[in-house]
Design a protein around this ligand. Structure first.
Ligand code: GLA
Length: 491
């Protein structure tokens, strides 16, 4: 009898496995009076019905798709209760819309063309990837940006009829190349999927791959991007480097980024602004002031001379010390996630990283509160890669509203323990073994600045590991890691 009661209680209290879960950020920043698009990321079998309590009047929710559209409300904070229901149950989550001066209140999540295609991109490729962001389910976990990188416009002097020709029209407006016949239609298409779309250019005369860039046309190009309907700009220094006399001068390095920021601010659309200048003149110290929502802190993670793992760990672990400058609205960017099918040695193939290295990669980017920009081919996602990208407990740590960048709290030889404070008072900890053989790593409470008994949860496997006091110890494989969430029990 007792057992039946237990089962009954469990059945009513525990959410059914197939009940919806609302994922993604819990806070969302917009500028007032701009076009608004947010798709509620929610997992669970469809059909699903969405509703929202407390939605500002200028917004409307499509109850079938979970898409919120309209015009962003006047300056203020709006707490909305999002709700998703399917035949297995209901999920509810508070969601704060902050209409003000700051976008990217949590690290942006999306995908970029660069590491799967370099400059060999087209309208068709981008549409197919947008389709795949939806059909793979990535959209249900908070991925929302489809970012076009280098290679979309004209390459001055190129003999290739598809990318050569006039880079601008008679009035100086930027022209896409022949592989992008209608940029507005492409933006509309991506929006029609509930996603956002990003574009790429630079402040110099040419981009890194030699395509037309914005030098002398900054405002005009920004207006063109807005007319087409873009939502995001990656601004890549490249050929502008030659115009900087003192490479350590903050003023000189900041100037082109401030100029484009000023141009973006005049538009009637929200643009998330990604500075790409490889960390020159300590960009993390002034990237936010220059208007950036995230800034690359290093050279390309894909430009690995030795192995990819060596480069990933060099770039990722070198974010230590930069945590002071990261937070809501402005994030350090250690570049994209090179997992799944990526261009490697100029061929589309599976990432050369081992499974443990891939877990460590995503663990590190998540505890760093780094933007999660997938670099692989979304039309060729295998289950392992999809699982790596869509673990909602891991994403919750990345997207936590406190917006802290995690930092190392202990190091010895090749082993490190990193920690990140979370909004609900719990703590994320990541244990890493960067060495070439198995190693024991201990997360000690005194290093984590916590006390007393802690409920320890393994976030990757969604398992409660039990109560621990003083430390948590694990044996990690070569290049392996562990990510935990610790909640104090003696409060
Ligand atoms: C630079 C950037 C990359 C990519 C390429 C495009 O290398 O750092 O992220 O945008 O240019 O050419």
């Amino acid at each position: 009898m007792k057992r039946i009661w237990c089962l009954l209680i469990f059945a009513t209290v525990a959410p059914a496995a197939d009940a919806p879960r609302i994922n993604g950020p819990k806070v969302y920043g917009v500028h007032p009076a701009r076009p608004f698009l947010y798709t509620i990321p929610a997992t669970g079998p469809r059909p699903m019905k969405f509703s929202a309590r407390g939605l500002p009047r200028s917004l409307k929710l499509d109850s079938n798709t979970g898409r919120i559209t309209g015009t962003s409300p006047e300056r203020g904070e709006y707490t909305v209760t999002l709700r998703a229901r399917n035949s297995h149950g209901t999920a509810e989550r508070a969601f704060r819309i902050v209409s003000g001066d700051t976008l990217a209140l949590t690290p942006p999540m999306g995908w970029s063309t660069w590491y799967m295609a370099y400059a060999q991109i087209s309208d068709q490729l981008v549409r197919a990837q947008a389709d795949a962001m939806v059909s793979s389910g990535l959209i249900q976990h908070g991925y929302s940006y489809i970012n076009i990188d280098d290679g979309w416009n004209v390459k001055p002097g190129s003999p290739d009829p598809e990318v050569g020709g006039a880079a601008r029209d008679g009035e100086g407006n930027l022209l896409p190349n022949k592989k992008f016949p209608d940029m507005k239609a492409l933006c509309d298409y991506v929006h029609s999927k509930g996603l956002k779309i990003g574009i790429y250019i630079g402040p110099g005369p040419l981009t890194c791959a030699g395509y037309e860039a914005s030098y002398g046309h900054e405002e005009q190009d920004a207006r063109q991007f807005a007319r087409w309907g873009f939502d995001f700009l990656k601004y890549d220094l490249c050929s502008y480097r030659k115009l900087i006399k003192d490479r350590n001068s903050v003023e000189e390095n900041e100037k082109p980024y401030l100029a484009m920021h000023a141009a973006l601010e005049k538009l009637d659309r929200d643009f998330v602004y990604n500075l790409c200048q490889y960390g020159l003149a300590n960009v993390w110290e002034w990237g936010r002031r220059a208007g950036g929502n995230f800034w690359r802190t290093t050279g390309d993670v894909g430009s690995a001379k030795a192995g990819l793992w060596e480069r990933v760990s060099e770039v990722g672990f070198s974010q230590a010390g930069k945590e002071k400058w990261a937070g809501p609205g402005g994030w350090n960017d250690p570049d994209n996630l090179l997992i799944g099918q990526i261009l490697w040695h100029r061929k589309l193939q599976p990432t050369p990283l081992t499974a443990d290295e891939q877990y460590s990669y995503v663990t590190l980017w998540s505890i760093l509160a780094a933007p999660l920009v997938f670099g692989g081919d979304m039309t060729k996602l295998d289950d392992f890669t999809l699982d790596l990208l869509t673990n909602d407990e891991v994403i919750d740590i990345n997207q936590d509203v406190l917006g802290r960048q995690g930092a190392p709290v202990w190091k010895s030889g090749d082993t490190e323990v990193w920690a990140k404070d979370l909004a609900d008072g719990s703590k994320a900890a990541a244990l890493f073994n960067r060495g070439e053989s198995e190693a024991d790593v201990a997360a000690r409470w005194r290093d984590l600045s916590i006390r007393g008994k802690q409920a320890v949860r393994d976030v990757w496997s969604h398992t409660d590991l039990g109560e621990y006091d003083g430390e948590f110890r694990a044996r990690l494989p070569k290049h392996g890691s562990r990510m935990l969430r610790l909640r104090g029990l003696n409060r």
